[in-house]
Design a protein around this ligand. Structure first.
Ligand code: MN
Length: 321
């Protein structure tokens, strides 16, 4: 399944590893897991990690490298966990001699010379670990195993998502051979700051709960300032509405200000009903049960809630929820 990948790596004197904008732990974990392994295995190659040091929990990972255009243009670029070209963090990936995509997202855009896309894998970290398992004396060095495990843990929400498979758990077992401290890793990936804790309380207290089973909240710029949370951190708290038996769908609308124009970007989640086709009518899209909308007015956001309600009622009528 990794035909030709090791060959491309072995013949490249310079390798630049990219991932998506506003990286999550799967993007950063796969990037740093691969970069550290390449550096260790090929000390004579020059290996770089690119992208901005931002996103979700960047402090858990090393600071990315500063690389000039000449270096990229003589390199092999490996782009991880990124479904479309526009989302690659550092568009200079296009300068590279050869571009390889490695990912697990569905509906993929081709922007590389070669791609290794496995939609049924739960995380890009799962794919990288699988590749290393086939090429490495086991077990992996602890640091590398930790990076990969972090991505696996967060993309599967601690091995609880539908795409968690026997293979995912087998790969986790492979990584576990490197003496991982599970409680410490879980604590690091999932514990929140006291600010975020207070913000979560605010969200739960102020959520609107529609009788149809949709819960939602608007977060204004003023609220984020009051609680000292960024729009990116605020967005992550959509998970606060999960795990409630009576909620069929939930949404979080975060306010943005672009050149004086204020609007809401929203995250939609559901248990059963499809929300991605609704999202498509509001400059968004995504997976069936997890989608996003962009640049909505408050009225549009409320329309979205109403459409979700209608759909839940239809589904209940047809006995599918
Ligand atoms: Mn991922």
């Amino acid at each position: 399944m990794f035909d030709g990948l090791l060959h491309e790596i072995e013949k490249a004197p310079v390798i630049c590893v990219f991932r998506h904008l506003i990286p999550d732990a799967d993007a950063l974990g796969s990037q740093w897991g691969l970069v550290e392994w390449l550096r260790l295995t090929y000390p004579n190659k020059r290996v770089f990690a690119l992208g901005k040091h931002v996103g979700v929990k960047p402090e858990m990972f090393p600071v990315p490298d500063q690389v000039n255009d000449d270096v990229i243009s003589e390199s092999l670029a490996i782009v991880l966990d990124t479904a479309n070209a526009k989302r690659v963090d550092d568009q200079r990936y296009q300068l590279a001699k050869t571009i390889i995509q490695i990912d697990h997202h569905p509906l993929h855009e081709t922007f590389g010379n070669k791609k290794y896309i496995f939609e049924h894998r739960a995380a890009t970290c799962e794919i990288i670990a699988e590749f290393l398992e086939a090429n490495v004396v086991k077990p992996l060095p602890k640091k590398i195993a930790e990076y990969l495990y972090m991505g696996l843990l967060t993309d599967t929400l601690r091995f609880s998502t539908n795409n968690t498979s026997a293979h995912t758990l087998r790969i986790a077992a492979y990584l576990a051979q490197s003496d991982l401290n599970f409680s410490k890793l879980n604590e690091e990936m999932f514990s929140v700051s006291s600010q975020e804790y207070r913000f979560s309380n605010y969200l739960r207290t102020n959520a609107v709960i529609e009788p149809c089973g949709v819960a939602y909240s608007f977060v204004t710029l003023e609220t984020m300032e009051e609680f000292g949370v960024s729009a990116n951190d605020a967005k992550e708290r959509i998970t606060d509405f999960g795990g409630v038996r009576d909620f069929e769908a939930w949404a979080l609308f975060i306010e943005h200000n672009e050149n004086g124009r204020r609007f809401f970007n929203g995250s939609l989640r559901s248990k059963q009903i499809a929300v991605n086709d609704i999202a498509q009518n509001y400059r968004g899209g995504g997976h069936r049960n997890a989608a996003a909308v962009k640049e909505c007015s408050k009225e549009e956001a409320l329309d979205i809630i109403e459409k979700c309600c209608l759909r839940i009622k239809e589904a209940k009528h047809n006995d599918t929820v």
